[in-house]
Design a protein. Sequence first.
Length: 277
Amino acid sequence: MSPDEYCQQKAAQSGSSFYYSFLFLPAERRKAITALYAFCREVDDTVDECTDEAVARTKLVWWRKEVKAMYEGNPTHPVMRALQPHLDVYKLEEKHLQAIIDGMEMDLNQTRYLDYQAMSRYCWHVASVVGILSASIFGATRPETLLYAEKLGHAFQLTNIIRDVGEDARKGRIYLPISELQQFNVTAADLLNARHSENFENLMRFQVARAQQAYDEAFALLPAEDRRAQRPGLIMAAIYRTLLNEVERDGYHVLKQRISLTPIRKLWLAWKTWVRG
């Protein structure tokens, strides 16, 4: 199996919305973004699928060295070997890949966030930098496009946090800021024990409105001349905003179930967004 085939398999297996946004890209850009996505999956799985914290930390140290080795020209992992040819072409910076690993390490260091600022810092590491790298691959001719991508990544992570409140709580993690739980009279125990209430609905209504605002703010930053090149991000946004609408329509019942869209619906949204440009 070639490095590119390994990354393709990793991306397809995930069933992620990201995969659908890659489908319409030219071959070289598709290879680059698939390799980047596979890297994100690898380091994320290092933390999510590891039951021994010490082992997870050791693996992240290894990934840091592997990223450095890739920029020095001698990677060993198939994901890094697949990504390496694209580094100079799309101006992918090592500091951004290392920042993603920093974000994964944050999941080992803390399971609560005091306020929105602290949560936003986490979002930047695990999603905004991915947005910057992705936009560089899709094609960015203006600096504002990278600001758009950074903000869009933030909106994506806010959506992930909303969708996964219950699933994360079952792992002992609460990403919703403690200050906002207090504001809406929802306790950590409510989330950990999946207690749905009117207060919880009000909290989630606030979270969804803020996420929707983040999408609007991101779109306002996207220069018209780069809009066509950035369609994969717009596809992701169409899928994720539809997911937010489903959460809202379902009455914010995210504590005991994980709301998702069917593959055919994702594909329809992807095609529709691509054609509209």
